[in-house]
Design a protein around this ligand. Structure first.
Ligand SMILES: Cc1cc2nc3c(=O)[nH]c(=O)nc-3n(C[C@H](O)[C@H](O)[C@H](O)COP(=O)(O)O)c2cc1C
Length: 218
């Protein structure tokens, strides 16, 4: 994770002022479908693979498939600190370690899938692991290409205090002919791949802008 203060810099073993070049920007990918051959997993793979070719980025995927359904009774309190089940603690730690997020969401009944919302709800519990971080959303769905789902995620992001990049947008219609995906959900269309790369470029630039701004505030 990029340090934003001299104290954070020192905590990461860095000498002197905050260094932009030494620590890598950690990009965490969060998909909205658990399906093995998910097209949205395919979008995410294409985005994260590209991100890992860029200097200064470490991109990883979050697996939240083992999380329990959110239930406040699974939380315990130690003083002011909330403790969570082990799978939840692990997921929260990954989210908290991120500098930026890349989401890829299908549309379920005009909104985001319940499994994704469940994972978000766990990570939003205090302290909110998403707070004040940049994000981008890709979407693959039916006729609207997942646009409604992506927009609902942006709305959820308001309360999470996520900062979504506005452009470029990417909404892929899964039934397009020829299909932009193969049978495993991999993106096989060059134009779609190119557009995914531009989203990642924009998220990367925005993340560095936020870090530079935080640095000049000190
Ligand atoms: C429960 C359910 C509800 C869906 N609702 C919508 C919808 O409202 N609009 C839409 O365009 N597609 C809808 N779909 C189709 C999915 O968006 C589409 O199958 C998507 O590609 C699945 O993503 P995946 O390949 O990443 O699993 C729905 C699919 C499911 C399973």
């Amino acid at each position: 994770m990029l340090p934003t203060t001299p104290q954070a810099s020192a905590a990461q073993g860095l000498k002197g002022p905050v260094m932009m070049s030494a620590p890598k920007l950690k990009l965490v990918g969060i998909g909205g479908s658990l399906r093995k051959a998910s097209c949205n997993k395919g979008l995410l793979r294409a985005g994260l693979e590209y991100a890992n070719t860029l200097p200064g980025i470490d991109a990883v995927t979050a697996d939240y498939s083992q999380l329990p359904l959110y239930n406040g009774d699974l939380e315990t309190k130690e003083g002011d600190i909330i403790r969570f089940p082990p799978e939840v603690e692990e997921f929260r730690a990954l989210v908290a370690s991120a500098d930026a997020f890349l989401f890829a969401v299908p549309e379920y009944n005009y909104s985001l899938p319940g499994v994704l919302k469940n994972a978000i709800d766990w990570a939003s519990r205090a302290p909110n692991c998403f707070a004040d971080k940049p994000a981008a959303v890709l979407a693959a769905g039916g006729i609207s290409g997942g646009m409604r789902s992506a927009n609902h995620l942006r709305q959820v992001g308001v309360f999470l205090d996520l900062h979504f990049i506005n452009k470029p947008e990417l909404h892929v219609q899964i039934f397009s002919k020829p299909s932009p995906f193969d049978a495993e959900g991999n993106v096989i269309d060059e134009k779609t791949t190119e557009r995914i790369h531009r989203v990642v470029d924009s998220l990367r630039a925005f993340t560095y802008r936020l870090h530079r701004a935080a640095k000049t505030e000190q």
